[in-house]
Design a protein around this ligand. Sequence first.
Ligand code: THU
Length: 136
Amino acid sequence: MNSSQRSRLLDAAERALRNAHAPYSVYRVGAAVLADGGKIFAGCNVENASYGLTLCAERVAVGAAVAAGNKNIRAIAIISDGPEVPWPCGACRQVLVEFAKDDTPVLVAIRGHLRAAEHTTLGALLPHAFRLETKS
Ligand code: THU
């Protein structure tokens, strides 16, 4: 990922955060994934009155990428309003593993402070991840 892709990815996540539907937690999250080929797909958290049906921003972004035919994710950015940077929840880590690699960069930042983004890799966030080999 080059520096322009990195800033486009963070910007896309920040824009998506503005569309978050989070009336229950009042915790808005935006996420964006960089697909193989350079396209970016964004998502926000989508809460529901039946709380357990809530969709995390990361999984919405992954779904958008896959629905558009992109199953290889090269980088992920996640933004929240703070006060802490939004490391992805365990369920989202597992979903990301399906479409990304252990060395895939994960960037996290607080809205308005994108230059202070922290980063790690997916493998560092979910070591020894569960995978199934597909037959074809
Ligand atoms: N949330 C995300 O969007 N991503 C995460 O990785 C963790 C949590 C959302 C779900 C819910 O709308 C709100 O944050 C509070 O849990």
